[in-house]
Design a protein around this ligand. Structure first.
Ligand SMILES: Cc1cc2nc3c(=O)[nH]c(=O)nc-3n(C[C@H](O)[C@H](O)[C@H](O)COP(=O)(O)O)c2cc1C
Length: 175
């Protein structure tokens, strides 16, 4: 779907940006800017490790106007974000892709991904995984399993050859 398809009297569509602990995450502000230019409201969900110095959390909160979510809310607390109209995972780590495919939900990011990929919400993923890790059979099986669930993946990227990450690819995957 495209955020530009919305009707004028409707609320802008809401995009979850899931951020994992890969070095490239420092540039996630580029994805948020691109999403906002395409009229998405953005809420960021980061893995606990990604919150540990992988990107400028204060800058992202200023950019989105919302707190970053990383931990589960407490019972009785309101849901901080609206339901998503689409979800992107960028960058996606080896660890999170494998745990997601295995149905493990021990972080808010993983719990959210496990839930939305069963709800028909479009999900686009930009992995940032080294060639050596990507050759692991568990990773290949994870991609096959998630693709079978309708999850859309961008081309492999390992950061090794100086190529731009191409953050906007995540939005293009949403159709
Ligand atoms: C500086 C640094 C850069 C990293 N870059 C990557 C990466 O590009 N891809 C990846 O899969 N893991 C990378 N890792 C390893 C992950 O941080 C590690 O596997 C972690 O468990 C991922 O947690 P998460 O999936 O919950 O975010 C990196 C680690 C460090 C310290």
């Amino acid at each position: 779907m495209s955020a530009q398809d919305e009707k004028p009297d409707e609320k802008p569509p809401f995009l979850y940006v899931v951020v994992c602990a890969a070095g490239i995450a420092a540039g996630v502000g580029k994805l948020i800017t691109a999403a906002q230019e395409r009229q998405w409201q953005v809420g960021v969900i980061a893995t606990p490790l990604a919150m540990n110095g992988f990107f400028d959390t204060a800058a992202v909160e200023a950019q989105t106007g919302r707190p970053i979510r990383s931990a589960w809310r407490r019972p009785g607390d309101p849901r901080p974000f609206p339901d998503p109209d689409a979800v992107v995972v960028a960058p996606a780590t080896f660890n999170t892709v494998n745990k997601w495919a295995a149905g493990i939900a021990d972080t808010l990011a993983l719990g959210t991904l496990c839930e939305v990929s069963g709800q028909g919400v479009p999900v686009g993923v930009l992995p940032c995984v080294s060639g050596a890790l990507a050759a692991h059979p568990a990773y290949r099986e994870s991609l096959t399993r998630l693709r079978g669930m309708g999850v859309r993946f961008g081309a492999p990227y390992d950061g090794g050859d100086g190529r731009e990450f191409g953050w906007e690819r995540a939005l293009d995957l949403l159709g």
